[in-house]
Design a protein around this ligand. Structure first.
Ligand SMILES: [Zn+2]
Length: 469
């Protein structure tokens, strides 16, 4: 985010403080005190974990006008500020969910059964989308509330053309709204580019924190020509998600061909002799060689805008080489529990780390995951990959995620000048563990969430309560 934009986060209106997507005009738990919006206040916790620097025992984070003013080792006598003691808690940057589809947030459980083939699961998603009584707006709002309860303050959202702008524009959360582009054939390609162009033209209201991006859905569901025409845009694409996808690309056959035929979406001559690396090349190619869809999207382009390769469960050596050599910032978004839901082969995390390919974390949607908690994803990852240093695990769900959304100057760590996006986690693990381990190996829940200095989740009244001095 440019500096000018970042400064627009300050001083949200008190009216907005009561309107966090709740029909009753209240944030989850209890009403947010308007007085926390514009004044200076400080938060003390047993551990402050800034992520970009070592943990601080008994640290104090001071917030002014929605931004982090200071991070200190001990309480400083600061008569002008109110200090709230979070007690036996860790104060972290708000989590970044780099990939989700909030439209499915009303699902009580994933569609289908664990271990099912993705080609059996996708038709269920299609059927869910066609369910007549479906209220995707309400689902998005529910997903936002759930995210906030989970300590998430930044989201990479894959949105439908009718995405719920009112639900997102009024939020203090940082949201990248990647418009989903899906469908094949020349006529559809033309439509998709026009839709993308229109979406990228949208501008957010002054206090809003959303930015537009595009999401060509997957190699099997959108033409490569569309990807290439729009590749310089902020972009997220599902790639190398399943073995069936690789088989389709390479041989134009297999279960995914059958699925596409059953859905009426099979097009002869599209696949064969391809691999995920071809699609990754399409999105990481040097900007100077690419063509823009229109003048408007050229204006909206950011040649340094990160590209997200979502899932990457079956990235082969060639794909990994292309990713590692990319000039464009590119992130692989690992969705640990969705990966587990489908019982995929072991995730290539060691290969990604060995080649220094950046990894961010997503929950994916509730259609394949039990909830939208990035903290739960990180705890699952830490248990699955005990060799990965806990500090690195936490970084994937915070600072790396912020960088993946093009927001590392704005959020993802507790540093002076950044937005005051914070999550307080109850500490319940043994003291002898490091603070990172206490967060990742414990089961403590989210006590409070602050976005742009606003207590958007504070069921215990820790922050809105009377200050201790
Ligand atoms: Zn997804």
């Amino acid at each position: 985010m440019r500096r000018r934009d970042a400064l627009r986060l300050t001083a949200p209106s008190t009216r907005d403080a009561f309107e966090l997507g709740s029909p009753h005009g209240r944030a989850e738990g209890r009403p947010v005190s308007p007085s926390t919006d514009t004044s200076t206040f400080a938060l003390r916790a047993r551990w402050v974990i800034p992520v970009a620097s070592p943990p601080i025992a008994g640290g104090v984070v001071t917030v002014r006008d929605g931004r982090i003013l200071s991070v200190e080792r001990n309480a400083v006598d600061r008569p002008a500020s109110r200090t709230f003691d979070l007690g036996d808690a860790a104060l972290l940057p708000g989590f970044v969910n780099a990939h989700t589809h909030l439209e499915f947030s009303d699902l009580a459980a994933p569609l289908g059964e664990p271990g099912m083939a993705i080609c059996d699961w996708i038709p269920r998603v299609v059927a869910e989308r066609r369910r007549p009584e479906r209220d995707s707006d309400a689902a998005v709002r529910a997903g936002i509330q759930e995210s906030v309860r989970s300590g998430v303050t930044a989201i990479g959202e894959i949105a439908q053309p009718n995405w719920s702008a009112p639900a997102i524009e009024s939020l203090p959360l940082a949201v990248n709204v990647y418009l989903e582009l899906i469908g094949t054939g020349p006529q559809r390609a033309h439509e998709l580019c026009a839709m993308a162009d229109q979406h990228l033209r949208r501008t957010a209201p002054p206090d809003a924190r959303w930015t537009p991006g595009i999401s060509p859905h997957a190699p099997y569901s959108v033409d490569r020509a569309v990807v290439e025409r729009l590749r310089d845009m902020p972009l997220a694409m599902h790639i190398a998600e399943s073995r069936d996808e690789l088989e389709l690309l390479a041989t134009a056959s297999g279960p995914m061909r059958d699925m596409l035929a059953a859905l009426g979406a099979w097009r002869e001559g599209t696949f064969g002799g391809l691999s995920p690396a071809d699609y990754i090349r399409s999105i990481v190619a040097d900007a100077s060689t690419s063509g823009f869809a229109t003048a408007a999207s050229a204006k909206a382009s950011r040649t340094s805008a990160p590209a997200l390769v979502v899932h990457g469960n079956y990235l082969d050596a060639e794909s990994l080489d292309v990713l590692a050599a990319s000039q464009r910032p590119v992130f692989v978004v690992y969705c640990p529990r969705t990966h587990f839901f489908f019982r995929h082969e072991p995730y290539p995390l060691a290969e990604l780390r060995r080649r220094r390919i950046a990894v961010a974390i997503g929950t994916d949607s509730r259609a394949s995951n039990p909830d939208l908690s990035v903290l739960a994803e990180l705890r699952f990852l830490a248990a699955t990959f005990p060799d990965v240093p806990p500090a690195e695990v936490l970084r994937m769900g915070t600072l790396a995620g912020a960088a993946a959304l093009g927001r590392s100057d704005e959020c993802g760590s507790i540093e002076p000048g950044k937005a005051a996006d914070l999550a307080a986690i109850r500490l319940d693990a043994a003291d002898k563990l490091t603070p990172y381990e206490q967060v990742l190996h414990g089961v403590g829940d989210v006590l409070a969430t602050i976005a742009a200095g606003r207590a958007v989740y504070d069921p215990l009244g820790l922050i809105a309560a009377e200050p201790i001095h």
